[in-house]
Design a protein around this ligand. Structure first.
Ligand SMILES: [Zn+2]
Ligand SMILES: [Zn+2]
Length: 317
């Protein structure tokens, strides 16, 4: 089958073996897959992954033990827990120490004609939701994870730092809480997507120090934490959404003195994201920069890495 394979560089292959579903797994024919920042890091060597990258996808179930899912369009949670450790038994599979992660860790991913995933990871896509929308479920779920972890009230002043793919999704999701929201970014065209939804945006932060109750760092840069720290009030909350190679010069003492709560935030449950797309409360389609056929995957990766580009999607047909 066709696949983009990362092994001493990224290659497009037509002779990749058809994956065989393991115990309790389904075989899924991929329709659409999204390229995200993590994929760009994977092909630079992050997690020393070899195989097929890609973890944001929509597909059709072709083979599956569960009748109800056969032939259905699905999206899939990307963490595969071992199922028997203390974390898995407490429904914290995302934190299983022996987990594999679709397209990121020990499991071939979505930039191919087919993939396999455990049936329990799959979620059917409502008919009204298009493939171009549903391919955002995984990153959108990561944005919804914030409001699972931190209670955000209408009277809260909240600042999102960063206007990349994740920053925009976080902005869209947090605006649903009715809080007083500001998003700070660097790109007029990206911020315009939020502006259209009447979310206040700023090209640089001219805010007073300690002006916000909650600050979410989606900058993906080492300096984001420091900026976020300056903006959050005493006893406020800092949410760290992006992993960065290095965080320099953060004075942790100031967290003690101001009694700041720091929350690390990663993957989320797909339910809220699917609901939001189905109800149309979050519109993700303006975020698609361009789509490519799978054959042009290498070109698509180059394009996704160029400045100003938001979501790039691969179409398998
Ligand atoms: Zn992703
Ligand atoms: Zn486990």
């Amino acid at each position: 089958v066709r696949a983009l394979v990362f092994q001493d560089g990224l290659q497009f292959r037509t002779d990749y073996p058809l994956p065989r579903p393991g115990y309790n797994e389904a075989l899924i024919r991929v329709l659409v897959a999204g390229i995200c920042g993590t994929d760009l890091e994977v092909i630079r060597g992050y997690m020393t992954f070899h195989g097929v990258p890609g973890h944001e996808f929509v597909g059709v179930v072709e083979e599956c033990g569960e009748e109800g899912l056969q032939g259905k369009r699905v999206v899939g949670e990307i963490n595969l827990g071992c199922g028997v450790c203390a974390y898995c038994l407490k429904r914290m599979r995302n934190h299983c120490p022996n987990r594999s992660v679709l397209g990121i860790l020990n499991k071939d991913g979505a930039f191919a004609d087919y993939l396999t995933l455990p049936v329990r990871n799959l979620r059917p896509v409502p008919e009204t939701v298009t493939e171009e929308e549903a391919v955002f479920v995984e990153p959108l779920a990561a944005a919804f994870e914030i409001i699972q972890q931190v209670s955000i009230r209408p009277q809260d002043r909240v600042c999102v730092l960063g206007d990349g793919r994740l920053g925009l999704l976080v902005g869209l999701v947090l605006s649903l809480t009715g809080c007083s929201l500001s998003v700070v970014g660097k790109h007029e065209t990206k911020l315009a997507i939020l502006e259209k939804r009447r979310i206040p945006v700023f090209m640089q932060s001219n805010f007073a120090e300690k002006e916000f109750d909650i600050v979410v760092d989606c900058t993906g840069s080492g300096s984001g934490f420091e900026t976020a720290r300056q903006l959050v009030r005493p006893r406020g909350t800092l949410v760290l959404k992006s992993t960065v190679a290095q965080r320099n010069g953060v004075d942790l003492n100031s967290l003690v003195i101001d009694e700041i709560t720091v929350v690390g935030s990663r993957c989320g449950d797909f339910g809220s994201a699917l609901r939001a797309l189905n109800e149309g409360t979050v519109d993700v389609t303006p975020m698609i920069s361009r789509s490519f056929p799978l054959e042009e995957g290498i070109k698509a990766f180059d394009y996704a890495a160029s400045p100003g580009v938001l979501k790039v999607i691969l179409k398998m047909l």
